[in-house]
Design a protein around this ligand. Structure first.
Ligand code: FMN
Length: 325
Protein backbone atom coordinates (compact mmCIF):
# COMPACT_ATOMS: atom_id res chain seq x y z
CA UNK A 1 0.00 0.00 0.00
CA UNK A 2 1.31 3.35 -1.12
CA UNK A 3 2.98 5.29 1.71
CA UNK A 4 2.12 2.48 4.13
CA UNK A 5 3.92 -0.78 3.41
CA UNK A 6 7.45 0.55 3.09
CA UNK A 7 10.41 -1.48 4.33
CA UNK A 8 9.85 -0.19 7.88
CA UNK A 9 6.20 -1.13 8.22
CA UNK A 10 6.84 -4.50 6.60
CA UNK A 11 9.39 -5.21 9.34
CA UNK A 12 6.92 -4.12 12.01
CA UNK A 13 4.25 -6.39 10.54
CA UNK A 14 6.75 -9.26 10.30
CA UNK A 15 7.50 -8.90 14.01
CA UNK A 16 3.81 -8.70 14.94
CA UNK A 17 2.70 -11.79 13.00
CA UNK A 18 3.94 -12.88 9.67
CA UNK A 19 2.15 -13.06 6.30
CA UNK A 20 3.42 -15.58 3.72
CA UNK A 21 4.58 -12.82 1.43
CA UNK A 22 4.75 -9.07 1.15
CA UNK A 23 4.33 -6.69 -1.78
CA UNK A 24 6.16 -3.37 -2.13
CA UNK A 25 4.25 -0.13 -2.60
CA UNK A 26 3.38 0.37 -6.27
CA UNK A 27 6.43 1.79 -7.99
CA UNK A 28 6.57 3.68 -11.26
CA UNK A 29 8.56 1.86 -13.96
CA UNK A 30 8.68 5.16 -15.87
CA UNK A 31 9.97 6.93 -12.75
CA UNK A 32 12.71 4.31 -12.36
CA UNK A 33 13.82 5.07 -15.91
CA UNK A 34 13.89 8.84 -15.35
CA UNK A 35 16.10 11.43 -13.67
CA UNK A 36 13.96 11.04 -10.54
CA UNK A 37 15.14 7.44 -10.19
CA UNK A 38 16.96 7.70 -6.81
CA UNK A 39 13.81 8.83 -5.03
CA UNK A 40 11.63 6.22 -6.75
CA UNK A 41 14.20 3.52 -5.89
CA UNK A 42 13.45 4.10 -2.19
CA UNK A 43 10.24 2.17 -2.77
CA UNK A 44 12.32 -0.91 -3.55
CA UNK A 45 14.49 -0.63 -0.46
CA UNK A 46 14.16 -3.80 1.59
CA UNK A 47 15.91 -6.07 4.04
CA UNK A 48 16.15 -9.87 4.16
CA UNK A 49 13.52 -9.85 6.94
CA UNK A 50 10.85 -8.84 4.42
CA UNK A 51 11.34 -11.78 2.04
CA UNK A 52 9.54 -13.33 0.32
CA UNK A 53 8.85 -9.94 -1.21
CA UNK A 54 7.22 -9.09 -4.53
CA UNK A 55 8.07 -5.82 -6.29
CA UNK A 56 4.98 -4.11 -7.68
CA UNK A 57 5.30 -1.78 -10.66
CA UNK A 58 3.03 0.43 -12.75
CA UNK A 59 3.39 2.47 -15.92
CA UNK A 60 2.54 2.19 -19.60
CA UNK A 61 5.82 1.83 -21.46
CA UNK A 62 6.75 -1.75 -22.35
CA UNK A 63 10.44 -0.87 -22.78
CA UNK A 64 10.54 0.41 -19.18
CA UNK A 65 8.82 -2.76 -17.92
CA UNK A 66 11.45 -4.92 -19.67
CA UNK A 67 14.30 -2.99 -18.16
CA UNK A 68 12.83 -2.68 -14.64
CA UNK A 69 11.85 -6.36 -14.58
CA UNK A 70 15.46 -7.33 -15.29
CA UNK A 71 16.61 -5.05 -12.46
CA UNK A 72 14.01 -6.44 -10.07
CA UNK A 73 15.38 -9.91 -10.75
CA UNK A 74 18.91 -8.74 -9.99
CA UNK A 75 17.81 -6.96 -6.81
CA UNK A 76 16.77 -10.27 -5.27
CA UNK A 77 13.00 -9.87 -5.20
CA UNK A 78 10.89 -13.02 -5.25
CA UNK A 79 8.51 -11.87 -7.96
CA UNK A 80 7.27 -8.96 -10.04
CA UNK A 81 3.67 -7.80 -9.84
CA UNK A 82 1.98 -5.43 -12.29
CA UNK A 83 -0.59 -3.00 -10.94
CA UNK A 84 -3.67 -3.01 -13.18
CA UNK A 85 -6.08 -1.89 -10.50
CA UNK A 86 -5.20 1.41 -8.85
CA UNK A 87 -8.20 3.75 -9.37
CA UNK A 88 -6.48 7.02 -8.48
CA UNK A 89 -7.19 9.62 -11.17
CA UNK A 90 -3.57 10.79 -11.25
CA UNK A 91 -2.53 7.38 -12.64
CA UNK A 92 -5.61 6.31 -14.60
CA UNK A 93 -5.66 9.51 -16.64
CA UNK A 94 -2.25 8.48 -17.99
CA UNK A 95 -3.85 5.23 -19.14
CA UNK A 96 -2.07 3.14 -16.50
CA UNK A 97 -3.07 0.92 -13.55
CA UNK A 98 -6.89 0.48 -13.44
CA UNK A 99 -7.25 2.12 -16.89
CA UNK A 100 -5.43 -0.86 -18.45
CA UNK A 101 -8.61 -2.91 -17.96
CA UNK A 102 -9.93 -0.90 -20.91
CA UNK A 103 -6.80 -1.40 -23.01
CA UNK A 104 -6.07 -5.13 -23.26
CA UNK A 105 -3.63 -4.80 -26.14
CA UNK A 106 -1.33 -2.52 -24.12
CA UNK A 107 -1.86 -4.74 -21.04
CA UNK A 108 -0.68 -7.74 -23.08
CA UNK A 109 2.38 -5.85 -24.31
CA UNK A 110 3.29 -4.78 -20.78
CA UNK A 111 2.97 -8.32 -19.42
CA UNK A 112 5.04 -9.74 -22.29
CA UNK A 113 7.75 -7.11 -21.76
CA UNK A 114 7.81 -7.76 -18.00
CA UNK A 115 8.10 -11.51 -18.57
CA UNK A 116 10.92 -10.98 -21.03
CA UNK A 117 12.89 -8.85 -18.58
CA UNK A 118 12.08 -10.99 -15.55
CA UNK A 119 13.37 -14.26 -17.05
CA UNK A 120 12.80 -16.98 -14.43
CA UNK A 121 11.29 -14.55 -11.92
CA UNK A 122 7.51 -15.06 -11.52
CA UNK A 123 5.34 -12.30 -13.02
CA UNK A 124 1.85 -11.64 -11.63
CA UNK A 125 -0.96 -9.09 -12.06
CA UNK A 126 -3.20 -7.35 -9.55
CA UNK A 127 -6.47 -6.01 -10.92
CA UNK A 128 -10.09 -5.07 -10.32
CA UNK A 129 -13.29 -6.50 -11.74
CA UNK A 130 -13.95 -3.78 -14.32
CA UNK A 131 -13.80 -0.06 -14.96
CA UNK A 132 -17.29 1.34 -14.50
CA UNK A 133 -19.12 -2.00 -14.35
CA UNK A 134 -17.95 -5.59 -13.81
CA UNK A 135 -16.44 -7.19 -16.92
CA UNK A 136 -14.88 -10.03 -14.99
CA UNK A 137 -15.32 -12.94 -17.37
CA UNK A 138 -13.79 -11.25 -20.38
CA UNK A 139 -10.99 -9.52 -18.46
CA UNK A 140 -10.04 -12.52 -16.32
CA UNK A 141 -10.08 -14.80 -19.38
CA UNK A 142 -7.79 -12.37 -21.14
CA UNK A 143 -5.35 -12.13 -18.21
CA UNK A 144 -5.25 -15.90 -17.71
CA UNK A 145 -4.30 -16.27 -21.37
CA UNK A 146 -1.17 -14.13 -20.80
CA UNK A 147 0.70 -16.88 -18.92
CA UNK A 148 1.07 -15.05 -15.60
CA UNK A 149 2.00 -17.00 -12.49
CA UNK A 150 -0.56 -15.34 -10.18
CA UNK A 151 -3.59 -13.10 -10.49
CA UNK A 152 -4.87 -11.01 -7.60
CA UNK A 153 -8.43 -9.79 -7.90
CA UNK A 154 -9.76 -6.95 -5.79
CA UNK A 155 -13.54 -7.33 -6.03
CA UNK A 156 -14.40 -3.72 -6.89
CA UNK A 157 -14.57 -1.75 -10.11
CA UNK A 158 -12.23 1.18 -10.71
CA UNK A 159 -15.19 3.57 -10.44
CA UNK A 160 -16.04 2.19 -7.01
CA UNK A 161 -12.64 3.20 -5.61
CA UNK A 162 -12.93 1.89 -2.00
CA UNK A 163 -16.70 2.30 -1.76
CA UNK A 164 -19.27 -0.43 -1.20
CA UNK A 165 -18.46 -4.00 -0.42
CA UNK A 166 -15.96 -6.08 -2.36
CA UNK A 167 -17.65 -8.64 -4.62
CA UNK A 168 -15.80 -11.94 -4.31
CA UNK A 169 -17.79 -13.75 -7.02
CA UNK A 170 -15.11 -12.80 -9.56
CA UNK A 171 -12.54 -14.62 -7.43
CA UNK A 172 -14.59 -17.84 -7.54
CA UNK A 173 -15.08 -17.30 -11.27
CA UNK A 174 -11.32 -16.90 -11.80
CA UNK A 175 -10.67 -20.16 -9.93
CA UNK A 176 -13.21 -21.97 -12.13
CA UNK A 177 -11.87 -20.46 -15.34
CA UNK A 178 -8.30 -21.31 -14.35
CA UNK A 179 -9.28 -24.92 -13.58
CA UNK A 180 -11.28 -25.29 -16.79
CA UNK A 181 -8.33 -24.03 -18.80
CA UNK A 182 -5.98 -26.40 -16.93
CA UNK A 183 -3.64 -23.55 -15.97
CA UNK A 184 -1.41 -23.27 -12.92
CA UNK A 185 -1.98 -19.52 -12.32
CA UNK A 186 -2.48 -18.91 -8.58
CA UNK A 187 -5.65 -16.96 -7.82
CA UNK A 188 -5.50 -14.50 -4.94
CA UNK A 189 -8.62 -12.78 -3.63
CA UNK A 190 -8.65 -9.32 -2.06
CA UNK A 191 -11.08 -6.91 -0.48
CA UNK A 192 -12.38 -6.16 3.02
CA UNK A 193 -10.74 -9.07 4.87
CA UNK A 194 -10.29 -7.74 8.39
CA UNK A 195 -10.48 -10.86 10.59
CA UNK A 196 -9.15 -14.41 10.59
CA UNK A 197 -12.75 -15.62 10.25
CA UNK A 198 -13.30 -13.57 7.09
CA UNK A 199 -9.97 -14.81 5.75
CA UNK A 200 -10.89 -18.49 6.06
CA UNK A 201 -14.50 -17.93 4.96
CA UNK A 202 -13.36 -16.21 1.75
CA UNK A 203 -10.74 -18.89 1.08
CA UNK A 204 -13.32 -21.64 1.51
CA UNK A 205 -16.10 -19.93 -0.46
CA UNK A 206 -13.91 -19.14 -3.45
CA UNK A 207 -11.25 -21.88 -3.49
CA UNK A 208 -8.64 -19.13 -3.90
CA UNK A 209 -5.00 -20.10 -3.47
CA UNK A 210 -4.28 -17.01 -1.42
CA UNK A 211 -5.89 -14.04 0.27
CA UNK A 212 -4.39 -10.58 0.17
CA UNK A 213 -4.94 -8.31 3.14
CA UNK A 214 -4.58 -4.55 2.93
CA UNK A 215 -6.34 -2.22 5.33
CA UNK A 216 -7.15 -5.02 7.79
CA UNK A 217 -3.64 -4.64 9.21
CA UNK A 218 -4.51 -1.14 10.45
CA UNK A 219 -7.39 -2.57 12.48
CA UNK A 220 -5.39 -5.39 14.01
CA UNK A 221 -1.62 -5.40 13.77
CA UNK A 222 -1.76 -9.02 14.93
CA UNK A 223 -4.05 -10.07 12.07
CA UNK A 224 -1.55 -12.42 10.45
CA UNK A 225 -0.83 -13.94 13.84
CA UNK A 226 -4.59 -14.38 14.27
CA UNK A 227 -4.78 -16.09 10.89
CA UNK A 228 -1.87 -18.41 11.70
CA UNK A 229 -3.27 -19.23 15.15
CA UNK A 230 -6.86 -19.64 13.99
CA UNK A 231 -6.68 -23.40 13.77
CA UNK A 232 -4.07 -23.83 16.52
CA UNK A 233 -6.64 -22.93 19.21
CA UNK A 234 -4.59 -20.14 20.83
CA UNK A 235 -6.56 -17.82 23.13
CA UNK A 236 -8.10 -14.99 21.13
CA UNK A 237 -6.59 -12.21 23.27
CA UNK A 238 -3.14 -13.14 21.97
CA UNK A 239 -4.24 -12.33 18.46
CA UNK A 240 -5.94 -8.97 19.01
CA UNK A 241 -3.56 -6.03 19.13
CA UNK A 242 -6.23 -3.96 20.88
CA UNK A 243 -6.09 -6.35 23.87
CA UNK A 244 -2.49 -5.46 24.68
CA UNK A 245 -1.79 -3.09 27.54
CA UNK A 246 -1.08 0.54 26.54
CA UNK A 247 2.64 0.25 27.41
CA UNK A 248 3.03 -2.61 24.95
CA UNK A 249 1.07 -0.82 22.21
CA UNK A 250 3.17 2.30 22.71
CA UNK A 251 6.39 0.28 22.52
CA UNK A 252 5.38 -0.81 19.00
CA UNK A 253 4.86 2.84 18.05
CA UNK A 254 8.25 3.81 19.52
CA UNK A 255 9.86 1.06 17.46
CA UNK A 256 8.13 2.22 14.28
CA UNK A 257 9.32 5.79 14.87
CA UNK A 258 12.91 4.66 15.55
CA UNK A 259 13.08 2.35 12.55
CA UNK A 260 11.59 5.05 10.33
CA UNK A 261 14.19 7.59 11.43
CA UNK A 262 17.04 5.09 11.03
CA UNK A 263 15.83 4.04 7.59
CA UNK A 264 14.51 7.25 6.08
CA UNK A 265 15.66 10.14 8.32
CA UNK A 266 15.26 13.15 6.01
CA UNK A 267 14.34 11.13 2.89
CA UNK A 268 10.70 10.41 3.70
CA UNK A 269 8.47 12.71 5.68
CA UNK A 270 8.09 12.04 9.39
CA UNK A 271 4.46 13.14 9.06
CA UNK A 272 3.42 9.96 7.16
CA UNK A 273 3.79 8.15 10.48
CA UNK A 274 0.77 9.95 11.87
CA UNK A 275 -1.49 7.72 9.80
CA UNK A 276 -0.36 4.81 11.99
CA UNK A 277 -1.31 6.51 15.26
CA UNK A 278 -4.78 4.95 15.25
CA UNK A 279 -3.30 1.49 14.77
CA UNK A 280 -1.09 1.73 17.85
CA UNK A 281 -3.07 4.07 20.09
CA UNK A 282 -6.23 2.07 20.23
CA UNK A 283 -8.66 0.91 22.92
CA UNK A 284 -7.36 2.52 26.08
CA UNK A 285 -8.47 5.31 28.32
CA UNK A 286 -7.36 8.83 27.35
CA UNK A 287 -6.04 7.58 24.01
CA UNK A 288 -7.60 10.72 22.46
CA UNK A 289 -5.34 13.01 24.48
CA UNK A 290 -2.26 11.04 23.47
CA UNK A 291 -3.39 10.96 19.85
CA UNK A 292 -3.73 14.77 19.84
CA UNK A 293 -0.22 15.13 21.24
CA UNK A 294 1.20 12.80 18.58
CA UNK A 295 -0.66 14.69 15.84
CA UNK A 296 0.93 17.93 17.04
CA UNK A 297 4.46 16.46 16.95
CA UNK A 298 6.74 17.97 14.33
CA UNK A 299 9.61 15.54 14.63
CA UNK A 300 10.50 12.01 15.70
CA UNK A 301 11.80 13.43 18.99
CA UNK A 302 8.56 15.23 19.73
CA UNK A 303 6.54 12.09 18.94
CA UNK A 304 8.73 9.92 21.20
CA UNK A 305 8.46 12.59 23.91
CA UNK A 306 4.65 12.70 23.63
CA UNK A 307 4.47 8.93 24.11
CA UNK A 308 6.89 9.02 27.06
CA UNK A 309 5.12 11.90 28.72
CA UNK A 310 1.78 10.09 28.53
CA UNK A 311 3.35 6.98 30.06
CA UNK A 312 4.94 9.12 32.79
CA UNK A 313 1.57 10.68 33.66
CA UNK A 314 0.01 7.24 33.79
CA UNK A 315 2.62 5.99 36.25
CA UNK A 316 2.12 9.14 38.37
CA UNK A 317 -1.68 8.66 38.33
CA UNK A 318 -1.28 5.07 39.49
CA UNK A 319 1.09 6.14 42.22
CA UNK A 320 -1.41 8.74 43.48
CA UNK A 321 -4.17 6.21 43.36
CA UNK A 322 -2.14 3.73 45.45
CA UNK A 323 -0.90 6.28 47.98
CA UNK A 324 -4.32 7.97 48.37
CA UNK A 325 -6.17 4.72 48.96
C1 FMN B 1 -3.55 3.80 1.44
C2 FMN B 1 -3.68 2.70 0.41
C3 FMN B 1 -2.67 2.52 -0.51
C4 FMN B 1 -2.77 1.50 -1.47
N1 FMN B 1 -1.73 1.30 -2.32
C5 FMN B 1 -1.74 0.23 -3.15
C6 FMN B 1 -0.61 -0.09 -3.96
O1 FMN B 1 0.41 0.61 -3.95
N2 FMN B 1 -0.70 -1.18 -4.76
C7 FMN B 1 -1.83 -1.98 -4.80
O2 FMN B 1 -1.85 -2.97 -5.51
N3 FMN B 1 -2.90 -1.68 -4.06
C8 FMN B 1 -2.88 -0.62 -3.24
N4 FMN B 1 -3.97 -0.34 -2.45
C9 FMN B 1 -5.17 -1.21 -2.54
C10 FMN B 1 -5.08 -2.36 -1.54
O3 FMN B 1 -3.96 -3.17 -1.84
C11 FMN B 1 -6.32 -3.25 -1.60
O4 FMN B 1 -6.46 -3.75 -2.91
C12 FMN B 1 -7.60 -2.52 -1.22
O5 FMN B 1 -7.40 -1.67 -0.12
C13 FMN B 1 -8.71 -3.54 -0.86
O6 FMN B 1 -8.26 -4.49 0.05
P1 FMN B 1 -8.43 -4.34 1.65
O7 FMN B 1 -9.88 -4.19 1.92
O8 FMN B 1 -7.82 -5.60 2.21
O9 FMN B 1 -7.66 -3.10 2.03
C14 FMN B 1 -3.91 0.67 -1.52
C15 FMN B 1 -4.93 0.89 -0.59
C16 FMN B 1 -4.83 1.89 0.36
C17 FMN B 1 -5.95 2.09 1.35
Amino acid sequence: MDDVTDSVFRRIVRSAGSPDLFFTEFTSADGLCSAGRPRVMDRFLHTAEERPLIAQIWGNKPEHYRCVAAEVREMGFDGLDINMGCPVRKVTRKGTCGALIGNPSLAAELIAAAKEGAGELPVSVKTRIGISSPTSEEWIGFLLAQGICALTIHGRTVAQQSKGEADWSAVSLAVRMRDQAGLSTRIIGNGDVKTAEAFFRRAEETGADGIMVGRGIFKNLFLFRAIRNHTAGFPSEMTEFSHLDPEHKISYFHRHLSLHRETWGGRRSFHVLKKFAKTYLTSFESQGKLMDAVMRARSYMEAHAALESWLGERVADRHHFLTDS
